[in-house]
Design a protein around this ligand. Structure first.
Ligand code: SF4
Length: 210
């Protein structure tokens, strides 16, 4: 296929830059401890300085892959499929989630919300970043809000973002991994004083699994 044709298919969400895919345990947030198949889509221009998947940023380094191929693979492993990135909403998630739904698979997304919401989701984990704030209806649709805490100002940012979410949205504070020893005690204190929040830990990293 010539490059222009591939780019057109990526534009339509029929191909996606696939960085990696793996069957593991969801380590974070509401579904922690649950087996799921992860699809990591390349491409993100949000630019968090502490990002632990910087190799995902440049979409051109990840092969454009047909969604039929992605879905057929995923269906072999799990009935719960987590789409992560990078920033998955860089791309049109409609065709991928339609194909997953056609196989009765549950669709979960982990997103910063930096781009308009596309796709059909059973679970939306919204993790806003200061560099590029979420747009539009995703605050109404999010099932969980996961705020990463790197410094003390992140508690203020977390409250600002929580004020925008729907009333059923579950609120999580999660230490940024590289500073976890410093910020986890802050989070513990904060949650005890503000119990609408819960603590989320990256348990997969403690378990040494992907
Ligand atoms: S939004 Fe996610 S993938 Fe993008 S830079 Fe931030 S942490 Fe990394």
């Amino acid at each position: 296929m010539v490059k222009e044709d591939v780019l057109a298919l990526v534009d339509q969400g029929l191909m996606l830059p696939l960085m990696e895919e793996f069957y593991t345990i969801q380590g974070e947030g509401f579904h922690k401890g649950t087996a799921a198949y992860f699809i990591r889509v390349g491409g993100c221009d949000v630019g968090c300085h502490w990002c632990d998947v910087k190799e995902s940023w440049n979409a051109e380094t990840h092969p454009p892959t047909g969604i039929d191929h992605i879905v057929a693979n995923a269906a072999k492993y799990s009935d719960t499929i987590v789409i992560t990135g990078g920033e998955p909403l860089t791309w049109d998630m409609g065709p991928l989630t339609d194909a997953l739904k056609a196989r009765n698979l549950k669709t979960h997304i982990e997103t910063s919300g930096a781009y308009p919401l596309s796709g059909t989701w059973d679970w939306i984990c919204l993790s806003p970043k200061k560099n590029k704030l979420p747009e539009g209806i995703i605050y109404d649709k999010a099932h969980e809000l996961k705020m990463i805490v790197y410094n003390k100002h992140d508690f203020i940012f977390a409250e600002e973002q929580a004020a925008k979410t729907n009333k059923d949205c579950i609120l999580y504070l999660q230490p940024e991994w590289s500073v976890r020893d410093k910020v986890t005690p802050w989070i513990v204190d904060y949650v005890m004083q503000n119990p609408k929040w819960k603590v989320s830990l990256q348990t997969h990293k403690y378990l040494n699994i992907p």
